[in-house]
Design a protein around this ligand. Structure first.
Ligand code: IPM
Ligand code: MG
Length: 368
C-alpha cells in the first residue's frame, strides 16, 4: 500500500497550454510557501503526449507511483493533434483515465459559475445566466468509460463491431450520490439526479439507488430525478433551477461541457476529482482546469491561467483544509477581474488585455 504523503503536490503540466497555466499555479504555491510559511512540497513530471514523445508511454510507472503518494495532483491538460493517430493505449488521454481509475477518483466536481464581470461573454441572455452557480458532480471511474467487454472486433461479412459496456453497481452509485448530497447541504440543498432510466437498466438502477439513499440518509435535501436529455435542454432554458446535478461518467462529460459554456468562459472553470477518505482521513485528489490543451494557442503566452489557479483554490479547500487561503485566492481572482484585466479569451471592449504570466503576477499582487 502506497501511503499518501501530506502536503505533497505533484504538478503534471501535460501538453498544449498545460505547462503555461501550471507555471502560474507553481508561482502561487511558491508564494504561499514563502509568504505564509506553508510547507508544500512540489514535484513536477511529464504526462500525456510529452511523456509519450520522451518515454513511448503517456505515463511512466515512476510518475504513476509519484501520483499515488501525492496528496494533491495539479494537472494542466493532455492531448493534441500530434498524437491523434496513435494506437488507443498510447494516446495522451489514457494517462488521465489511468490516473482517475487507479487512484479511484470517483467524484468529479465541476462548478459552473457565471462571474458577474463576464455575464456578457455568455451566448445566453444576461438574465438567464447572471448569478448562475451550479455544481455538477460527475461519476468518474465507472460507466461506459471503463465497462467490459470493450473493443473492436471483426464479425461476419467483413464488417467490424465496436463494443463498449455501460455498467454501474449499487456502491458506485451511492458513493457519488453521497458526495452530491453532502455538497448540496452546504449550498442551496437541492440535488437533481440525471440518467436515462427510460431506456437503460443501469439508468433505472441509478435512479432507484439515489432515491433509496435519499430516503435513508438525506431526507432534508430536496431531490429530483431528470432524464439526461431533458437536463441538457433545461440547462439552456433555465439553468438557474439547478443547484447540484449528479450524473454518470458519460452524461457528466457532456452536461458539464454544456454547463461550462453558459458561463461564457471556459478559461475560468476549475474542477476537482476526489477519492474516498481512508481511515486516517487521507484522500487522493486531482485538480485540473476543464479547458483542455488548446494546442492552437499553445506557446503564445495568451492562455488564461485562472481556471488552473481556481483549481488550486479547490485543492486548498477540499484537500488541504485551508478554507481561508482558498477564500483569499478566489477573492484575488475577483479583484483582478474587477480591475479590468483580461486574457485574450475573455477580452472585451474597454478592458486591459493581459498575458498568461501577467495575469498570474496580478493575482499574486492581490494576495499581498
Ligand atoms: C474531460 C475530458 C476527458 C473525458 C477526455 C480528455 C478523456 O473530456 O475531462 O471532460 O472525456 O473525460
Ligand atoms: Mg469532457
Amino acid at each position: 500500500m502506497i501511503k499518501v504523503k501530506k502536503r505533497k503536490i505533484l504538478l503534471l503540466p501535460g501538453d498544449g497550454i498545460g505547462p503555461e497555466v501550471i507555471l502560474e499555479v507553481k508561482k502561487i504555491i511558491n508564494w504561499f510557501n514563502d509568504k505564509k510559511s506553508l510547507d508544500f512540497e512540489i514535484d513536477q513530471e511529464l504526462v500525456g503526449g510529452c511523456s509519450y514523445d520522451k518515454h513511448g508511454t503517456p505515463i511512466t510507472d515512476e510518475v504513476f507511483y509519484k501520483a499515488l503518494e501525492s496528496e494533491v495532483i495539479m494537472l494542466g491538460a493532455v492531448g493534441g493533434p500530434t498524437w491523434d493517430n496513435l494506437e488507443f493505449s498510447k494516446k495522451p488521454e489514457r494517462a488521465l483515465l489511468k490516473l482517475r481509475k487507479e487512484l479511484k477518483l470517483f467524484a468529479n466536481l465541476r462548478p459552473a459559475i457565471c462571474f458577474k464581470q463576464l455575464v456578457d461573454a455568455s451566448t445566453l441572455k444576461p438574465e438567464v445566466v447572471s448569478g448562475l452557480d451550479i455544481m455538477i458532480v460527475r461519476e468518474l471511474t465507472g460507466g461506459i468509460y471503463f465497462g467490459e467487454p470493450r473493443g473492436i472486433k471483426p464479425i461476419e461479412n467483413g464488417e467490424r463491431k465496436g463494443i463498449n459496456t455501460h455498467t454501474y453497481t449499487t456502491s458506485e452509485i451511492t458513493r457519488v450520490a453521497r458526495v452530491a448530497f453532502d455538497l448540496a447541504r452546504k449550498r442551496s440543498n437541492k440535488v437533481t439526479s440525471c440518467e436515462k432510466s427510460n431506456v437503460m437498466e443501469a439508468g433505472q438502477l441509478w435512479k432507484e439507488e439515489v432515491k433509496e439513499l435519499h430516503e435513508k440518509e438525506y431526507k432534508d435535501v430536496e431531490l429530483s430525478h431528470m432524464l439526461a436529455d431533458n437536463c441538457a435542454m433545461q440547462l439552456l432554458r433555465n439553468p438557474k433551477q439547478f443547484d447540484v446535478i449528479v450524473t454518470d461518467n458519460l452524461f457528466g462529460d457532456m452536461l458539464s461541457d454544456q454547463a461550462s459554456m453558459l458561463t461564457g468562459s471556459l478559461g475560468l472553470l476549475p474542477s476537482a476529482s476526489l477519492g474516498a477518505k481512508n481511515k486516517d482521513g487521507e484522500m487522493r485528489a486531482m485538480y485540473e482546469p476543464i479547458h483542455g490543451s488548446a494546442p492552437d494557442i499553445a506557446g503564445q503566452g495568451i492562455a488564461n491561467p485562472i481556471a488552473s489557479i481556481l483549481s488550486f483554490a479547490m485543492a486548498l479547500r477540499y484537500s488541504l483544509d485551508l478554507d481561508k487561503e482558498a477564500d483569499v485566492l478566489e477573492k484575488a481572482v475577483q479583484d483582478v477581474l474587477n480591475d479590468g484585466l483580461r486574457t485574450k479569451d475573455i477580452m472585451s471592449e474597454g478592458m486591459k488585455e493581459t498575458s498568461t504570466s501577467a495575469m498570474g503576477d496580478a493575482i499574486i499582487s492581490k494576495l499581498q
